[in-house]
Design a protein around this ligand. Structure first.
Ligand code: TPP
Ligand code: SF4
Length: 680
């Protein structure tokens, strides 16, 4: 932290879909010449969703105007981050330090680090920004819009800055080499001096390829391997110098520029060779997608293919995939279950009547034991942890919803544990989409359904209830799209299962995490006391959009849950969007025993942290009042039941706990006031 403050440069890290989500921002940084450093942990991009490593994300950034360094191992990640800060400041360009997801990011390997931060600070030097937003005596306008004729000049300057970076990167790497003893080249090779055939490969696979070169050299085969340590700027002279004596090269691309006859490394190498009018033969092998392992034998095979090309002067196949395998064309996917008919899924567990006076709906029934008649749309057989609240909550919701259902899950544990290819846990139509698109995707489907019905393309009576399921994290990242769907009031249900964190990615805090809770991004120790802010009141945010129905539910009140689901369906099929939020246990990250979770959820409700209520056409009704039932407990009593919050019971957190109690009390008082007044 001190280091970052001293150099005054922003630092961030992202990966895969997070990177793509921020893609529109990257040219803003470079176009406004803002020095910053972004670590990109290279991983594959959706869809299909996969969290494993390849280079499909990083290649999207080639046109963003950023310097891109590629580090093949953990030591270089450390070293290149230091160099990146200096490069960024010198040329006033943002810099990406990219490295392989998992292979490098999760590798345990010894790395040398500087003993004194001061040595790094001296190396980087002090940054003096030309302009500053925080100087009241010199106000500046940043980010003005620019059309023709000026914009082309801005872009030309960016191009020139990139050219300048070409020299600066080399200088900085040299200086760093003198300081650390670890000198890096912008283009590097192994046994390339007399290689007839070579493999071009970057990232962690480079080291594997070196071992393959050693093996083949023992057989007297003249092969070599080379890599670039910077993708932008592209060092074509150095690259040509490296390869000019070879006869054939195989480029191992860990991504594909579909339809472009190569991944981006291939395309750029071929352009370079064209500039030098070279007759070196080049072929592409797309390999290692989604973290598919790359072994020495694979590199040996690739190098042998390159040797064949060098010897024969023939290229049988200029482009191919490596490691893919043909499917069985005769295979017909089997439908393992008969589809659930509308009749089967309409057992009449609830009945709904309209109150003539108020226009509100009244739901009767919802008796949990009757709900066993409802066939499970989420079938048995999923990979959630024991005691996970997601299957419990989704199944309870679906018990209240009769007839045909289409489900959309946003990314998160709920989708990951149910749909690992080639299996699915769902017996009804299901779609997954990304956080920032879930609300838009399902609302599009809803509108398509109604239009098709209007045109008579869907038979009368073939109705559907459209349900989007999201974690609380999904309603941080995808809040814009979800609120957009609510503001447009599409006929659909959004259910949030709130386990108070981004569980699927290792329990980072979400805005819905309780204040004070321990997460992997909010620590408890001398410098931090867990999460710093109160939990987000998502139902109230949705209520503010004016949708006809908002409700909170909890698994320990199954009848209430089922009845609210039924009411949500009524609204979502006849009026507009219904939003439902369930507090959902995550024993793995809450640090509790799975068998107690139901009582933890009950405590969450009885403490009024997650009060049960509904807002129907603007009228708020508390549906379960722990005070009236003499069951109200303190936040301390709730928090002591969870591993993630029980530290808050220690005397040193007394004030913090008091603070949280006050906020929860205030929200509860406000809710009671809304309950008592039809205008609030
Ligand atoms: C735009 C974007 N950012 C980040 C991710 C990585 N990611 C995948 S699942 C996940 C956590 C989702 O949390 P939540 O919605 O609460 O669901 P849970 O994992 O708790 O079930 C994140 C951050 C992503 N897929 N896309
Ligand atoms: S990590 Fe938590 S939310 Fe994810 S499956 Fe396990 S218990 Fe459920």
């Amino acid at each position: 932290m001190e280091l970052l403050q001293a150099v005054d440069v922003f630092f961030n890290a992202t990966s895969a879909n997070g990177l793509l989500y921020s893609l529109e921002q990257l040219p803003v940084q470079s176009g406004t010449r803002l020095p910053m450093v972004l670590n990109v942990v290279c991983r594959t991009v959706s869809g299909p969703l996969s969290i494993k490593g390849d280079h499909s994300d990083i290649m999207y950034t080639l046109n963003a105007g950023w310097v891109i360094l590629f580090a093949k191992d953990p030591q270089r990640v450390y070293d290149m981050n230091i160099c990146a800060l200096k490069i960024a400041e010198k040329v006033k360009l943002p810099v990406i330090v990219a490295f392989d997801g998992f292979f490098t990011s999760h590798q345990k390997r010894r790395a040398q680090v500087f003993a004194n931060d001061g040595d790094i600070q001296d190396f980087i030097g002090k940054y003096e920004a030309d302009y500053h937003l925080l100087d009241p005596n010199k106000p500046v306008t940043m980010g003005s819009y620019m059309n023709e004729p000026d914009l082309i000049n801005n872009k030309f300057q960016l191009h020139e800055a990139m050219n300048e970076a070409r020299g600066v990167i080399k200088e900085v790497l040299n200086e760093f080499g003198e300081l650390s003893g670890r000198a890096y080249q912008v283009v590097e090779g192994y046994k390339m001096e007399d290689a007839e055939a070579a493999l071009f490969i970057i990232g962690s696979s480079y080291d594997t390829a070196i071992l393959a070169v050693d093996e083949l050299r023992k057989e007297g085969k003249k092969v070599g391997v080379f890599a670039v340590n910077a993708l932008r700027p592209w060092y074509k002279e150095e690259l040509y110098e490296m390869v000019k004596n070879t006869k054939a090269i195989i480029v191992a691309d860990r991504q594909d520029s579909y339809g472009g006859n190569g991944g981006n490394l291939s395309i750029e190498l071929k352009a370079t060779l064209q500039d030098f009018k070279s007759d070196i033969d080049v072929a592409t092998l797309v390999y290692g997608l989604s973290g598919k392992d790359f072994y020495i034998e694979d590199a040996v095979e690739m190098l042998n293919r390159a040797l064949d090309m060098a010897k024969s002067h023939k290229v049988e196949n200029r482009f191919g995939y490596y490691g893919n395998y043909p499917g069985d064309k005769s295979y017909e996917p089997q439908q393992l279950f008969d589809p659930i008919t509308k009749e089967q899924s309409s057992p009449g567990i609830t009945t709904i009547t309209e109150d003539e006076e108020t226009g509100q709906y009244k739901v009767k029934g919802g008796v949990p034991k009757n709900a066993t008649q409802m066939p499970k749309r989420w079938g048995p057989g999923h990979g959630a942890c024991p005691g996970c609240g997601i299957p419990v909550n989704v199944n309870l919701l679906l018990k209240g919803i009769e007839g045909n259902v289409v489900l959309l899950f946003q990314t998160g544990c709920g989708m990951v544990v149910t749909t690992p290819y080639p299996q699915t846990a769902f017996r009804v139509s299901y779609i997954h989409n990304l956080f920032q698109s879930g609300g838009a995707t399902l609302s599009g489907l809803v509108e398509m359904f109604h239009e098709k019905q209007r045109r008579g393309e869907i038979p009368e009576g073939d109705d559907f209830t459209f349900v989007m399921i999201s974690g609380d994290g999904g309603l941080d990242i995808g809040m814009g799209a979800a609120l957009g769907a609510a503001l447009r009031n599409h006929k659909m249900i959004i259910m949030e299962y709130d386990n108070g964190g981004y569980m699927n990615t290792g329990y980072q805090l979400s805005y819905s995490t309780p204040k004070g809770a321990k997460t992997s991004t909010s620590h408890v120790g001398p410098a931090q006391a867990g999460k710093a802010n109160y939990n987000k009141d998502t139902p109230m945010l949705f209520a503010a959009t004016g949708i006809p129905y908002v409700a909170t539910v909890a698994e320990f009140q199954p009848a209430d849950f089922i009845k609210k689901a039924a009411k949500a369906q009524k609204y979502a099929t006849e009026h507009g969007l219904a939003f439902i939020k369930a507090l959902s246990a995550c024993p793995l990250n809450w640090g509790d025993e799975p068998r107690y979770e139901r009582s933890v959820i009950e405590a969450g409700v009885n403490s009024c942290y997650h009060p049960l209520y509904e807002i129907e056409n603007g009228i708020t009704t508390i549906t379960y009042n722990p005070e009236a039932k003499n069951k109200k407990i303190s936040m301390g009593d709730f928090f002591k039941m969870m591993g993630r919050t029980k530290h808050l019971l220690k005397p040193k957190y007394e004030d913090l706990l008091g603070d949280i109690q006050q906020e929860v009390d205030q929200r509860w008082e406000r809710l009671k006031a809304r309950n008592d007044s039809p205008v609030l």
